[in-house]
Design a protein around this ligand. Structure first.
Ligand code: HEC
Length: 95
């Protein structure tokens, strides 16, 4: 029991710390491991600045940004916190 509680506490701490690389795991299926897969999204996301990426992600979340296929991005960003978006933007800009 103690071990289970400890494991839960550790994973909660990991989630709170917003690990960009881990968060990117659910993006990689569409954007590619290196952010260069444009076949599906039409856009290479690696090489963009962290600020640009964060602005776009916030825009998808609020509905103020997006193209014809934004419906594919909306569910991907819906549950992201501000810290998640910052961590993801920093990670993607480093790819
Ligand atoms: C189901 C496939 C899919 C998933 C999962 C997905 N994306 Fe996307 N992404 C797209 C598509 C399609 C677009 C283009 C949408 C449009 O028309 O605006 C896009 C656009 C983007 C853009 C803007 C590109 C530009 O320069 O205009 C960014 C940044 C982005 N995605 C980041 C992410 C991140 C970060 C995640 C994970 C949290 C993610 N995406 C998950 C398919 C996906």
């Amino acid at each position: 029991m103690k071990k289970i509680l400890l494991a839960m506490a550790l994973s909660a701490a990991a989630l709170l710390a917003s690990d960009g690389a881990a968060l990117y795991g659910k993006c990689a299926g569409c954007h590619g491991k290196d952010g260069k897969n444009a076949a599906l999204s039409g856009a290479v996301i690696s090489g963009q600045s962290a600020d640009t990426i964060a602005t776009k992600l916030n825009g998808y979340k609020s509905g103020s940004f997006g193209g014809a296929k934004k419906g594919m991005m909306t569910p991907a960003v819906a549950a992201l916190s501000d810290d998640d978006i910052k961590a993801l933007a920093a990670y993607i800009s480093s790819l």
